[in-house]
Ligand binder design. Structure first.
Ligand code: FHN
Length: 624
């Protein structure tokens, strides 16, 4: 019994020694409330965001121990991204730690990395200082689980910060709140075989650890951005985020922090959920682009070039360079930033496939960069031919491939303009402005006094092969005046109203299911979708492209044209088998007695159980 007792006693002493060692080595975990008292100087959001809004394009770097297995372990390849290998293959921490002696990035060349980012046209770099595995790329004073546990045994972040700044790039650090290894982190993973502290896992102590590390990396590297991640588990609460954000701002008043320090992020859509206190300076859509611009909201879409953030040797699913350029144009056209990821190898090399794509983007930006950097979202409601940005009196049209010979409708632009191709003289594009009102093409350099037509279209002819995503500048002599024509009946007598053109009353919002935007989260009778249209008097068939689950089916909806309930039709939502399974249903017919500029409104009728529907579009077809 005594033996048992003493063994028990000894094991407690050993455990305590093991666990406290980092604490003892690193100083106290006693909360230091002065740590995040607000600084004497503060910087306004607009001042600190100014460079970021100009930048538009950054390089993300996911680098860490996960580059050693690179997606493969024990004869298995992990599903999903390689930096998740510990979780996806449930690797015991004790096993995962065996990657540390193999992490020796002898080919790491931070100057080359910074040059690659610079030549790609990136204006900032964000690198993972610590991902969910908890491994630190710097010599942390509060952790032994860092670069000193590898043969490299020296800081990896400082040389990159210096190289980036030498290239005129801003430098940011990604920091994961989620930690699959730390003994105090909860919820603890089943495969975390790190010894528990004698008094058990204490999340408050883990928060102190996070604060201490964030203080370390801000103090050591003076990052322009702190890119938090891994905030989604219940143990991390808004209050933690508020303290952490306050600490960041105290240490560096002009630092930019993303919204993942708090709890408002709406999953991969990355925008702030209504009704949840939002923190940070910008929203963070991931692997997607919001369906439309978000006036007054700073946001950055982060994406991989293949499917994995960390280096994954089996992941050959590389996006084409042209697609990445189009994504950059689409994001800038909606007023956002693009953070494009590379996943270097354990030896310290950026994969050649990534370099190839970054070079192609850099070559395009060398010619067309003025249409991206420093621009704001384009002024047109929709750009089926590509994307559009604006900078002062200039509007830039990014013409995606396959559009040659088509009409670029810019009727909404009422200000006189001069049109020019940005790569002048290369024969990239010949074009004419086809003004129906004046009975023929208006020369692109028409005098400002020329009559403003009621329909203006650019007719593009085919550029020579090999020229991709050309850009046309429409230069106005005044701030561009935009009057969007209201959607009206097409030649076939029908009008389709897409989800992204609707004005929505919350909680309804646009999401993307099946690769197309739809109105979703229709969970309250207050939610409505409204389209402004121009419709002649007449009788119309009404069709909805919608989806609904069997559980939510049965609610009643109404489609109304104008304010007149006589021009309205109701229906009951039937199941289509799932929220992502859309069907077009014919609701019936309605009569518009008084045509003109009207509103089409879709709403729920009566009480609502679950979601009303997911709605992709409303189609009105003239029946007589
Ligand atoms: O789980 C991480 C993932 O590994 C990667 O770091 C991305 C990049 O934003 N963030 C999380 C997934 O949302």
């Amino acid at each position: 019994m005594i033996l048992q007792g003493s063994r028990l006693f000894i094991s407690c002493v050993v455990l305590a020694a093991l666990w406290l060692a980092p604490g003892v080595l690193a100083g106290s975990f006693a909360p230091d409330k002065s740590r995040y008292a607000q600084p004497a100087t503060s910087v306004s959001p607009d001042d600190r965001m100014a460079w970021w809004r100009e930048a538009r394009f950054g390089m993300f770097i996911h680098w860490g121990l996960y580059a050693v297995p690179a997606g493969d372990w024990n004869g298995k390849t992990c599903g999903g991204p390689s930096e998740w290998i510990m979780q996806s293959l449930k690797i015991p921490v004790s096993e995962y730690k065996k990657f540390a002696p193999e992490f020796n990035p002898t080919k790491y060349d931070p100057k080359a990395w910074a040059r690659i980012a610079k030549d790609a046209g990136c204006k900032y770099v964000v690198i993972t200082s610590r991902h969910h595995d908890g491994f630190c790329l710097w010599d942390s004073k509060v952790s032994e689980w860092d670069v000193m546990a590898t043969p490299w045994k020296r800081d990896l972040l400082k040389p990159l910060a210096e190289a980036c700044r030498a290239e005129g790039l801003r430098f940011g650090l990604y920091y994961s709140i989620l930690d699959w290894r730390h003994p105090d982190y909860t919820p603890r993973r089943a495969w975390n075989d790190e010894p528990l502290p004698p008094d058990g896992a204490r999340f408050d102590r883990f928060v102190e650890y996070v604060q201490a590390q964030v203080e370390e990396i801000i103090t050591a590297y003076d990052p322009d951005i702190l890119w938090f991640d891994g905030e989604w588990e219940d143990t991390w609460r808004t209050a933690h985020g508020e303290s952490l954000e306050a600490l960041c701002r105290k240490l560096k008043p002009d630092i930019i922090v993303n919204n993942r320090v708090g709890k408002a992020r709406d999953d991969m859509a990355g925008l702030n959920k209504p009704g949840v206190k939002s923190l940070g300076d910008f929203c963070t859509p991931e692997q997607e682009v919001p369906s439309r611009g978000l006036p007054g909201v700073d946001w950055e879409s982060c994406m991989t070039m293949n499917d994995s953030w960390g280096f994954k040797r089996s992941d050959r699913n590389w996006k084409a360079s042209e697609r990445l350029i189009h994504t950059l144009c689409e994001i800038a056209g909606k007023g956002g930033n693009f953070l494009l990821n590379v996943g270097p190898t354990a030896e310290g090399e950026i994969p050649p496939e990534s370099i190839e794509r970054l070079r192609a983007m850099g070559a395009w930006l060398k010619v067309y960069g003025a249409s991206i950097y420093g621009t704001t979202a384009g002024p047109f409601r929709s750009t089926p031919w590509g994307a559009a940005t604006q900078n002062g009196n200039s509007i830039y049209l990014h013409i995606f491939d396959g559009v040659q010979g088509a009409m670029i409708d810019v009727t909404a632009l009422k200000s006189p303009f001069k049109a020019r191709e940005m790569q002048k003289g290369s024969g990239v594009l010949t074009m004419k402005v086809d003004d129906q009102a004046t009975g023929g093409p208006r020369r692109p350099d028409a005098k400002a006094s020329a009559p403003v037509p009621d329909r203006t279209r650019l007719v593009l002819t085919r550029p020579p092969d090999g020229v991709h995503t050309p850009v046309i500048e429409l230069r106005c002599e005044e701030p561009p005046r935009i009057v969007e024509p209201r959607p009206s009946l097409g030649a076939d007598g029908s009008l389709t109203l897409p989800a992204i053109d609707a004005k929505l009353a919350p909680p309804a919002k646009v999401e993307r299911l099946g690769g197309k935007p739809n109105i979703g989260f229709w969970t309250s009778p207050r939610a409505t979708a409204v389209w402004e249209v121009e419709l002649p008097t007449g009788r119309y068939a009404v069709e909805l492209e919608l989806s609904c689950t069997p559980e939510a089916a049965g609610n009643t909806f109404r489609v109304r044209v104008g304010a007149d309930d006589r021009a309205a039709i109701s229906g009951t939502v039937k199941s289509t088998g799932g929220w992502d399974r859309f069907e077009t249903i014919r609701v019936g017919e309605l009569t518009v007695d008084q045509g003109g500029r009207l509103e089409v409104t879709v709403s729920a009728v009566g009480t609502l159980t679950g979601g009303l529907m997911n709605l992709r579009s409303v189609k009105l077809s003239r029946v007589k």
